[in-house]
Design a protein around this ligand. Structure first.
Ligand code: ZN
Length: 268
């Protein structure tokens, strides 16, 4: 039987250190004794007290223990007062801590309570898992997705409106759902099945501008029948640089260097 917590489902792995920490804060010194059980181990354990000597310790045949699915672990006390000494209600206290982290405590089971046992049942009981995935090996193939992304809750604001979204944090960068970004920025989102292109439409429209043989499209706001384009865009299109002049409190236009160079050459 394994004590290796890294064999457990990534979400259970993530819970264990927090759970042990909180127990410690409450003066409960806990040791993990048992994590994942293989088919052989589960069936050997099931034989104990039935076809083999010893006391009955499990009610589950493979794969009907959450230990087979990497969703369960067992603990004992590690404070020198006896590994399974429960004269002071120690296990129930630990059980309460487990519940803070979303774990189910075996001590709550009616009929056959299992005080050292904890499991995460958010993916269903073993019957559900067996029906859905067939074998623990198949279930494990789904683990990577959960493991490779860290979801964090972040607040974003736009025009004074603050919204909270779950984003993926990857290498220090936050990735937001396109749909959420559209909602925040008051944009319409559309997906074209044929082109596989997602488009974001805001109140801005796209207009074509043309000077000489130079063509471009820029974003514009239509108001009262007139298209208002960004000063920066139109200046850029026409070959100007813009800047802000504090003394005259104005935005200035300046020909770009490349164009000035051309003019100099022309003068020669
Ligand atoms: Zn157990």
């Amino acid at each position: 039987m394994s004590r290796d917590t890294t064999l457990l489902h990534p979400e259970v792995q993530a819970i264990i250190p927090k759970f042990l920490d909180e127990c410690k804060k409450q003066g409960l010194i806990v040791k993990v004794t048992d994590t994942v059980r293989t088919k052989q181990e589960q069936n050997d354990l099931y034989a104990q007290g039935r076809t083999k000597p010893g006391n009955i310790v499990t009610w589950a045949e493979y794969p009907y223990s959450n230990h087979n699915w990497g969703m369960a672990f067992d603990i004992c006390r590690n404070d020198g007062k006896g590994a399974y000494n429960d004269s002071d209600g120690w296990f129930k206290k630990v059980g309460q801590v487990g519940k803070i982290f979303g774990l189910e405590w075996g001590g709550d089971w009616k009929g056959t309570p299992d005080k050292p046992h904890f499991e995460l049942t958010k993916y269903g009981d073993t019957n559900t898992l067996a029906k859905k995935y067939g074998t623990p090996e198949n279930f494990k193939k789904t683990w990577k997705e959960v493991e490779s992304y860290m979801f964090v809750e972040r607040n974003y604001s736009y025009n004074g409106k603050v919204k909270s979204f779950k984003v993926i944090n990857e290498n220090g960068e936050n990735y937001i759902k396109l749909r959420d970004a559209a909602e925040l920025l008051n944009m319409k989102i559309a997906y074209d099945n044929n082109t596989k292109i997602t488009t974001l439409d805001d109140t801005l429209i796209t207009v074509s501008v043309e000077v000489g043989n130079k063509k471009s499209t820029v974003k514009a706001i239509n108001s009262g029948g007139f298209n208002f384009v960004k000063v920066r865009d139109i200046a850029d299109f026409l070959g100007f640089e813009t800047g802000y002049n504090e003394t005259s409190n104005s935005v200035f236009f300046k020909l770009k260097n490349t164009i000035i160079e051309k003019l100099k050459i022309f003068k020669k």
